[in-house]
Design a protein around this ligand. Structure first.
Ligand code: FES
Ligand SMILES: [Fe+2]
Length: 356
C-alpha cells in the first residue's frame, strides 16, 4: 500500500473536472491506452465487423479473409465519414457510404469513383489508418498508438487474478450490453468506482451481500491497474440474487485510465467496459456482460437487476459531485487515504500523463 501523505490527500484541482483545456489534454489518455472494444464473437468470421471508440477516436474491428483480426480508425480518407457503422457483415470490403471509396479488409484503398480522372492520385497513400488489436479470452481491445505496449503487458497479472477468483474467461459468452450516460466528468465516474467508502451509506443491497468493512475489503495496485476485492458475507443480510456458485469473491478492477472489469460472487460472470468523456462535463460508458453457458436466464436477470440498482445509486452520487465541484466556491477536496488511496493513485496517474 502506498504511504499516506498530506500531499496525496489533496485532490486534483476541481477545475480539472470542467475545464475544456484539461479535457483536450486528457484525450491522449484514451488514444494511447488499450481500450476494450467488444466481444470477439462479433468478429469471429471473415467479413464480420463491429465498430467502437477509443475515447474520441472511432474504430472498426474486422476479421479479414485470411482470418486475421484487424482494426482501423473508422474514418474515410476522402472527407472523413465513418466507413462502417454498427456491426454485421461487410463481405470482402468496407465501403464508405458517402462517395463509395472502397477499402480492402487490410485497409488498402481498392477503388475511388472518378479517381482515374485525377492526375497524381495515389491510392497507396490513402488506406485506412491501422490500429493495434488484441484479445484476452472473449474480449477484444484496440490501441490507436503506434507505440502501444503489448496488450499482455497492459493486462499484467489481471488474467491471473480473475482465474484465481474462480473464473475461466474462455468459458464465458457475451450475453448483453448496457449503455449509460452521466452528467459528470469521466474522472468523477472513475473515482466513484475506485472506493467503497460510500458503500455502507449508498449501496444497501451491495453491502448486504459483500464485506465492505475496511478490515475485510482489500484494495491493491499494480503498474497498469488497481483492484478491490470484496469477500462475500458469511451470512448475507439479503439475497438480491442467488449467491451460490464457484465465484466466492467480488473483484472489481480498473485498468488505467477508464476500463472497468467486474466479477461478482455466484455463477461465472464478468462485466467489462469503458467510461469515456462526452465533453468536459458529461461522460458515457457501457458494460458488456458475459456469463458461462450454464448460467440460466433467470440468474442473469436477477443478477443484472442487482447490478443496475447499484448503478442507479451511483448515478445520483456522481452527478451531484459534478454540481458541487462546478459551483466554483472551493478549489479542491480532501481524500481519506486509508479508504481512498486508489483515487490518489488514479489522480497521480492523471497528473503524470497530463501534466499539472
Ligand atoms: S467521405 Fe468517404 S467516400 Fe467521400
Ligand atoms: Fe458505488
Amino acid at each position: 500500500m502506498a504511504l499516506p501523505s498530506p500531499a496525496r490527500a489533496r485532490t486534483l484541482p476541481w477545475s480539472w473536472y470542467w475545464d475544456p483545456e484539461v479535457a483536450r489534454r486528457e484525450e491522449r489518455l484514451f488514444t494511447t491506452s488499450w481500450q476494450y472494444v467488444g466481444p470477439l464473437e462479433k468478429a469471429a468470421e471473415p467479413g464480420q465487423f463491429f465498430t467502437a471508440r477509443c475515447g474520441p477516436v472511432p474504430v472498426v474491428v474486422v476479421r479479414d479473409e485470411m482470418g486475421v483480426l484487424r482494426g482501423f480508425v473508422n474514418v474515410c480518407r476522402h472527407r472523413g465519414t465513418p466507413v462502417a457503422s454498427g456491426e454485421g457483415r461487410c463481405g470482402t470490403t468496407l465501403q464508405c457510404p458517402y462517395h463509395a471509396w472502397t477499402y480492402a479488409l487490410d485497409g488498402s484503398l481498392r477503388s475511388a469513383p472518378r479517381s482515374g480522372r485525377e492526375e497524381g492520385f495515389d491510392p497507396s497513400r490513402l488506406g485506412l489508418l491501422p490500429v493495434a488489436v488484441g484479445s484476452w479470452g472473449p474480449f477484444v481491445f484496440a490501441n490507436c498508438s503506434p507505440e502501444a505496449p503489448s496488450l499482455s503487458e497492459t493486462l499484467g497479472d489481471l488474467p491471473g487474478m480473475v482465474a484465481e477468483a474462480g473464473l475461466d474467461v474462455e468459458g464465458l459468452r457475451f450475453r448483453r450490453r448496457s449503455h449509460y450516460q452521466l452528467a459528470a466528468n469521466w474522472k468523477i465516474a472513475v473515482e466513484n468506482y475506485l472506493e467503497c467508502y460510500h458503500c455502507p451509506v449508498a449501496h444497501p443491497g451491495f453491502t448486504a451481500v459483500m464485506e465492505v468493512a475496511p478490515e475485510r475489503y482489500r484494495l491493491s495496485e499494480a503498474p497498469t491497474f488497481v483492484s478491490h476485492l470484496a469477500p462475500l458475507r458469511q451470512r448475507p443480510l439479503q439475497t438480491p440474487y442467488p449467491l451460490e456458485g464457484p465465484v466466492g469473491v467480488g473483484s472489481f478492477h480498473l485498468i488505467w485510465p477508464n476500463l472497468k472489469v467486474n466479477v461478482n460472487p455466484g455463477q461465472p460472470n464478468l462485466s467489462i467496459g469503458p467510461v469515456a468523456p462526452e465533453g468536459p462535463e458529461r461522460c458515457s460508458g457501457f458494460l458488456d456482460y458475459f456469463f458461462a453457458d450454464t448460467v440460466g436466464d433467470d440468474w442473469v436477470e436477477s443478477f443484472i437487476a442487482f447490478d443496475d440498482q447499484v448503478g442507479t445509486e451511483d448515478r445520483s452520487l456522481v452527478e451531484a459531485v459534478q454540481r458541487g465541484m462546478r459551483c466554483g466556491v472551493l478549489d479542491e477536496g480532501h481524500l481519506l487515504l486509508d479508504s481512498e488511496w486508489l483515487i490518489a493513485a488514479f489522480q497521480a496517474y492523471v497528473r503524470r500523463e497530463c501534466g499539472g
